[in-house]
Ligand binder design. Structure first.
Ligand code: AKG
Ligand code: FE2
Length: 299
């Protein structure tokens, strides 16, 4: 597996757990990002309204204002440039978002992040998730299944189901843990780590700055799955640098280079199979309800 971090200690922790937590932005940088963010003008005004059965959070890539998306991505890339150099072993940004949960909104269902590498056995992309306000369960912080990052080789992308589909409730109830962060700290996680987050039940919005990074030497790819022709499997497209600014991640890419088709081998796991796969990786999962008293506090 291609190295991720410059620090050997971080690399070791990342390989075992699928994520690490570390300080990222200073208090001044956090205030700067929050104040610049207030000047940006997404079409949904950071407060999307979706039907009650759909998650309602602001995600930069899902906005319809291309100008705003470009400004936000360039801004995040500038803020992160020097930090990425000191943390990662030659990684580049392939996507960047503000993720904002207005009060009472913003659940993310259990998922792992989309696959953006053509050789997932040897490479991974990563998500860097940096809250700009303190986060805990009350405002819908990130919850992760520690160690779940290399238990399956399923391809994740839009419009396709993958292995956790039938066990989402069990994962939320029993196997994930909330990570509480102070503003400016960040979680960096493997694209394969299972995670989710709850509604923001606090009175203030939950602001997060996020970036997706990939090894500098690889050409990231987008796996397109056509629900109307599932027998075709995935069509792999090269991702141009502004892919998420100009493309709609739910549709077939327009004017991107196709690299061919691969079979869809995604297979749903039962809870017993999930537990067994985790056990094979050295994780003995607790059976029964989550015991929140034993969860590690990271403040
Ligand atoms: O912000 C959240 O609560 C979830 C974000 C997420 O799933 C991601 O950044 O990959
Ligand atoms: Fe995610």
């Amino acid at each position: 597996m291609r190295n991720v971090f410059l620090s050997a200690a971080l690399q070791q922790e990342f390989e075992r757990n699928g994520y690490i937590i570390m300080p990222l932005l200073s208090a001044e940088e956090v205030s700067f990002v929050l104040s610049e963010l207030q000047l940006m003008k997404p079409d949904n005004n950071f407060n999307p309204d979706r039907p009650p059965n759909q998650p309602s959070y602001h995600l930069t890539d899902a906005d319809t204002n291309v100008e705003y998306k470009r400004t936000a991505k360039n801004f995040i890339a500038n803020v992160l440039a020097s930090h990425l150099e000191r943390i990662f072993d030659h990684y580049k940004i392939i996507g960047a978002n503000f993720i904002i949960k207005p009060p009472g909104k913003g659940r993310f269902y259990v998922h792992h992040d989309w696959t953006f590498v053509s050789d997932p056995e040897n490479y991974t992309s990563l998500t860097l998730w940096c809250p700009l306000v303190d986060t805990d369960e009350s405002n819908g912080t990130l919850q992760v299944v520690e160690g779940s990052h290399r238990i399956s080789s399923n391809i994740a992308t839009s419009n396709v189901a993958f292995y956790c589909k039938n066990i989402e409730a069990e994962i939320v109830e029993k196997y994930s843990k909330p990570l509480c962060l102070q503003a400016g700290k960040c979680i960096v996680f493997d694209q394969g780590l299972l995670h989710h987050s709850d509604l923001n039940s606090a009175t203030q919005p939950r602001y997060v700055m996020q970036a997706i990074v990939a090894p500098a030497e690889i050409d990231p790819v987008f796996y397109y799955f056509d629900q109307n022709a599932p027998e075709k499997g995935f069509e792999i497209f090269q991702m141009e640098p502004d892919f998420f600014i100009v493309q709609n991640g739910s549709h077939k890419p327009i004017n991107s280079k196709s690299l061919g088709l691969i079979e869809n081998r995604n297979k749903f796991l039962t809870e017993a199979e999930f537990i067994e796969k985790m056990r094979q990786k050295g994780w003995n999962l607790p059976i029964g309800e989550k015991d929140n008293s034993s969860l590690r506090s990271l403040r």
